[in-house]
Design a protein around this ligand. Structure first.
Ligand code: HQG
Length: 183
């Protein structure tokens, strides 16, 4: 299987599990899980066949560990995306204290607006922040434009009562970053 195939499958799974489960006739449970067998059957029924071996390769080989697979209460394997949803799901994240500084990689073109409004979550559940600049740079580079790295004074936000969460795959999440915490 080529790397390209795995990237394409990862994007397909992200689309269904984060944004449009209805596009293949699926409903996620309230915590974002769906049975792996049901997901594969739904994809196949919509002409987007993915094998279990391919799904496993994507889950275990994924650079960002975007997906979690575990045995559900019925003993059957289930899968969910670890972050990035736009559909309403409860990931059961508990607030934790952030590191003193977090980073956000974005396109340089967006910086003026972000300095004016702060970081907004848009249609996702949270603003996504990175623990290190290399990760922030990769996030910002997805749009193939000039990248700027913003530094977030997470210690000050924490002291001021803003909640932070960390997804199962290590992405830092918060509701909104007002401009005064950005450098
Ligand atoms: C920008 C990927 C103007 C923000 C990544 C970003 C991440 C503003 C874009 C995850 C703004 C939203 C999320 C404002 C924010 N004015 N632009 N006030 N506030 N923005 O994709 O953080 O690979 O929803 O800078 O790795 O880029 O999919 O968020 O450029 O973890 O697993 O609005 O998606 O994960 O874009 O990326 P996104 P993001 P995956």
């Amino acid at each position: 299987m080529s790397g390209m195939d795995l990237v394409a499958i990862s994007k397909r799974l992200s689309y269904v599990l984060r944004h449009r489960p209805d596009s293949v006739g699926l409903t996620l449970d309230q915590n974002g899980w769906v049975a792996v067998d049901d997901l594969l059957a739904a994809l196949a029924a919509h002409g987007r066949r993915v094998t279990r071996a391919e799904l496993d390769a994507v889950v275990s080989g994924n650079d960002k560990r975007r997906f979690a697979v575990e045995a559900g209460p019925d003993g059957k394997d289930r899968i969910r995306a670890s972050q990035g949803h736009s559909v309403p799901v409860d990931l059961g994240l508990t607030p934790i204290a952030p590191p003193p500084v977090l980073y956000h990689g974005t396109s340089t073109a967006a910086v003026a607006s972000i300095r004016a409004e702060g970081l907004r979550k848009g249609r996702r559940h949270h603003v996504h922040l990175s623990a290190d600049t290399a990760t922030a740079r990769r996030v910002g580079a997805r749009r193939r434009q000039e990248v700027s790295i913003l530094t977030v004074d997470a210690a000050a936000m924490d002291a001021d009562g803003y909640g932070f969460y960390r997804s199962a795959n290590g992405v830092w999440l918060t509701d909104h970053v007002p401009p005064r915490y950005l450098r």
